[in-house]
Design a protein. Structure first.
Length: 156
């Protein structure tokens, strides 16, 4: 375990976050260390990257930063003339926008953490699913993460 932490520290600017992502992947991986392309969550198949992002959202709960984003979103609605008149509807609209913003940010953060883990040689990433000719290499495909056997053994 200390060698695992040391390796993450050498490649990741956010080692704690990256270690948490690795630990979550180890918890949902099958016996061979494969996580994805879907994770069953409350009886629903969720893409592994979305599931990780949702699991990591509580890490983004810094109150002062969330309040600043909320004010920014409210100002944007006000400028576009799209701010509801009813205060309850304002809160609902802002909550929905915040949820989308956090989800999008979490997906990006998870992707960066996974890239760090791949660079460290602790994880392999590939894509599975229907492929179409498209400039986006992930077109209609979902990520699959495979933990290196030694890492899987250390974390399970």
């Amino acid at each position: 375990m200390p060698a695992l932490i040391e390796r993450i520290m050498t490649v990741s600017p956010r080692p704690r976050y990256t270690m948490i992502v690795l630990n979550l992947l180890a918890k949902v991986a099958d016996r061979s260390g494969v996580a994805g392309p879907y994770i069953m969550d409350d009886g629903k198949a969720v893409p592994v990257r979305d599931w990780l992002g949702q699991a990591m959202i509580p890490m983004a709960q810094r109150h002062h930063r969330r309040q600043a984003i909320r004010r920014e979103l409210q100002d944007g609605l006000l400028e576009r003339g799209a701010l509801p008149i009813d205060p309850a509807k304002i809160d609902d609209a802002l909550d929905a926008m915040m949820k989308d913003r956090l989800r999008q940010s979490a997906r990006c953060s998870v992707s960066r953490a996974v890239s760090d883990l791949v660079r460290a040689g602790l994880l392999h990433r590939h894509y599975q699913g229907y492929r179409v000719d498209h400039h986006n290499r992930g077109a209609q495909r979902e990520a699959v993460y495979t933990l290196v056997p030694e890492v899987h053994a250390a974390l399970t």
